[in-house]
Design a protein around this ligand. Structure first.
Ligand SMILES: [Zn+2]
Length: 160
């Protein structure tokens, strides 16, 4: 396990692996058409006991440092802000960090990542004629287009 950067709870940023070298933070992973995210990403970890050992809110200092670091990285590399994602996005079956307490909205306000701009929640119930995102099939295909490694549910691998 390694990451390019670790941010502790006081907001100190530790640069552990040069950005041009590979760090081992994502494991078996997939994003935007390619498997093996470690080969083409910059990994940041924020210290937190995590879900297994007592998940706690991130500190303001951590989040401010993360925003500053992400902005610096985005200024150095041709990375679209929407491709700043969580380990749970690239390896959803194995990883749950940074988790539900990570303030993605606050990062999005600084041009990092994405936050949905939805005035009312989409409702619907699995009808094939429903708008995309309201059926399992539509949701899977929307997630896949976005970058997630979601196998379309209609490719039924046990009916070959
Ligand atoms: Zn992680």
């Amino acid at each position: 396990m390694s990451a390019h950067y670790v941010i502790d709870r006081k907001g100190c940023v530790y640069a552990l692996v040069p950005e041009e070298k590979r760090a081992w933070h994502a494991g078996v992973s997939y994003w935007a058409g390619q498997a093996g995210v470690n080969a083409r990403s910059i990994g940041i970890e924020l210290t937190n006991p995590g879900h297994e050992f007592g998940y706690v809110p991130f500190t303001d200092d951590q989040i401010e440092a993360a925003i500053e670091l992400c902005r610096a990285i985005l200024s150095r590399h041709a990375i679209a802000p929407c491709h700043v994602v969580g380990h749970s996005d690239v390896a959803p079956a194995r990883k749950c960090d940074p988790g539900e307490l990570f303030p993605w909205r606050r990062l999005a306000e600084h041009g990092i990542g994405l936050w949905p701009n939805v005035s009312s929640p989409v409702s619907g119930g699995g009808d094939a004629a429903a708008p995309e995102g309201t059926s399992a099939r539509g949701a899977a295909s929307a997630l896949a287009r976005f970058g997630y490694g979601v196998p379309p549910p209609w490719t039924c691998r046990w009916k070959r």
